[in-house]
Design a protein around this ligand. Sequence first.
Ligand code: SIN
Ligand code: MN
Length: 255
Amino acid sequence: MLLLPELFSNEEVAYLKEAMTPLKKADSPELVWEKNTQTLRALHGCHLRSPVFRRLVRQKRLLEPSRQMLNDEGYVYQFKINLKQPFNGELWPWHQDFIFWHKKDGMPLPNALNAVLFLDDCTEFNGSMWFIPNSHHEGLLEPMVKKETGEGWKNDVGVDLTYQLDEPTIARLVEKWGIAAPKGKSGTVLFFHPNLVHASLPNISPLGRSLLIVTYNSAQNIPVPKEQQRPWFLVNPDTTPEVCTEEPLLLTLAV
Ligand code: SIN
Ligand code: MN
């Protein structure tokens, strides 16, 4: 886990939030709603729909540390913005990310990396993420498999995650390693390994907690597709390694 405080400026964060607005159309399949069906929980695949997010995933500030940690060129495997909205943003149960990518998408190895960009200040009040430090050294842990309902992929992004970790496992890991709840100003970036155990609480505060999460996968670790493939907004079909852009994130329209 690596925390780089305020890697993006307030102006850039405001620009990214603005760029989200046209992507929040109510009938888009890549939007995920909370159980109340009124509150938007997440947006997916934004880098494939918006030139702003396309530029973001190619920023040197994200790509270079990812390349160093992957020890390889990376491509964007998944892109999501988890909004965790004021009062109604719901929890994420304890889980590891890699189990979803391995079992559902055929990703061979956990040679991928999450870059989490805080679009809001993350504090102890607004449902920030919790991690069990060093838990990635335990490899893939035996999950509790929840029965899937409706469209399969929706169980990978909602409160009833398909692969969760049970109480004895979490108790054992927390006794060994404790819990970390990284906090930071908006613009901060947190990198974490796909086997690191994590969760987050509901947001009962009046403060939003949007996190933008880019998953870079090693170019040597291309998934071997399963019979039933998840949609493009969860598994990017384009596995071309990303190249750092010279373009700044903030581009003002010519007048
Ligand atoms: C969260 O948004 O709090 C959790 C995200 C994740 O588990 O990837
Ligand atoms: Mn996760």
